[in-house]
Design a protein around this ligand. Structure first.
Ligand code: HEC
Ligand code: HEC
Length: 300
């Protein structure tokens, strides 16, 4: 009896030690990963050759999710807070005031962040979904950045990231990736926003890939909180979500209200920004999605 207790007790000690070692490794590795310098070629940029459109810049700031995560005035805000796990994310102030994170950004630094997910030090951002912006046209980035640089300065607010052990472990061992890992850095982005409606729809859909997958076939979002449902299949698969939207009016209604026709709420989607999308963009997006060849749901 005593012997059994000793064996069981001893095994528990070994097990606890093992868990401790893995936890320690997760903390160490995730910190190392977050502090690695990523070696990709960032093309030198100069937005001087574009006539910035501040109205377009503001539109992009809202509809592409920047304001939803950084605040309407770019002041920085709580992005995610889960008291149970201790996961806490506060985005930084991105205005030029109060030592904002982008206060001293060059045009090239903006390209590094939006296209490659890298800070000026070329270390990766973690929460910021740059994979959704990697294909944004130079012309649009120039307008977006001109708008951000024109924003009234906000008070000091630095980014704050508190990751629970579980998230650190997922990140350390590759189950959760930062944008720099997800982006294919060899694909070049367009210079201009396409004029053709179909191509415009495809262009806008590049801002949905972080959650819906590069192939837009949906599925579990890697690294997302377990409570989040899988993202929907946006191809024309029979079981895909687009089968619920026969007309562009129904699609617009859903994107503006965050609800399906039956009144049920759609989770996770950043509707605060999406609902401000113009009819022109929603129509182009709808038209494009409707032409997607069916892919099996969940294959991303
Ligand atoms: C899902 C939330 C989210 C969205 C959407 C988002 N950001 Fe961020 N952003 C963050 C967080 C969090 C950080 C802190 C760095 C990190 O990701 O770990 C950050 C960092 C930044 C930084 C500072 C990077 C540095 O050098 O430290 C800038 C500039 C920025 N974001 C601009 C933008 C712009 C412009 C957009 C829209 C095109 C945008 N963000 C969209 C959450 C977001
Ligand atoms: C932050 C992640 C995220 C982003 C960004 C995002 N989606 Fe979603 N989307 C989801 C998730 C998760 C669901 C499933 C929600 C549910 O089941 O309640 C979903 C569901 C949908 C649906 C199905 C609605 C229905 O009837 O059930 C459509 C259509 C859709 N998204 C389109 C888009 C488009 C187009 C974009 C880009 C403009 C986009 N999403 C951007 C996460 C996202």
């Amino acid at each position: 009896m005593n012997k059994l207790i000793k064996i069981v007790g001893g095994s528990l000690v070994v097990l606890a030690a093992g868990v401790g070692v893995i936890a320690g490794a997760a903390v160490l590795l995730s910190d190392q990963k977050l502090n690695r310098v990523v070696d990709v070629k960032v093309a030198a940029a100069n937005f001087g050759s574009f006539t910035p459109n501040l109205q377009r810049g503001e539109y992009l700031f809202v509809t592409r999710g920047c304001s939803e995560c950084h605040g309407a005035r770019g002041e920085g805000k709580v992005v995610f807070e889960d008291p149970n796990s201790g996961f806490y994310v506060h985005s930084p102030n991105v205005t030029r005031g109060g030592g904002g994170a982008a206060a001293t950004y060059s045009d090239t630094d903006w390209i590094a962040l939006l296209r490659h997910g890298l800070k000026p030090t070329r270390k990766p951002a973690f929460v910021m979904p740059s994979e959704d912006y990697a294909q944004m046209a130079d012309e649009d980035i120039a307008s977006l950045v001109a708008y951000i640089r024109s924003m009234p300065p906000s008070a000091e607010r630095k980014a704050e990231l508190r990751m629970p052990l579980m998230v650190k472990a997922l990140y350390a061992f590759g189950m959760a990736q930062d944008a720099a890992e997800k982006i294919d850095h060899t694909i070049s982005a367009p210079v201009r926003v396409p004029n053709d409606t179909h191509q415009q729809g495809e262009y806008i859909s590049k801002s949905c890939v972080g959650c819906h997958g590069q192939g837009l076939a949906g599925g579990k979002i890697p690294g997302a909180p377990p409570a989040w449902p899988a993202s929907a299949n946006l191809t024309s698969a029979a079981d895909g979500a687009m089968s619920r939207y026969a007309s562009v009016e129904e699609f617009r209604q859903m994107m503006r209200t965050g609800k399906r026709a039956d009144g049920s709420a759609i989770a996770v989607m950043p509707f605060e920004g999406l609902r401000a999308m113009s009819d022109t963009e929603l129509d182009a997006l709808f038209g494009f999605l409707k032409t997607l060849q069916p892919k099996a749901s969940g294959t991303r």
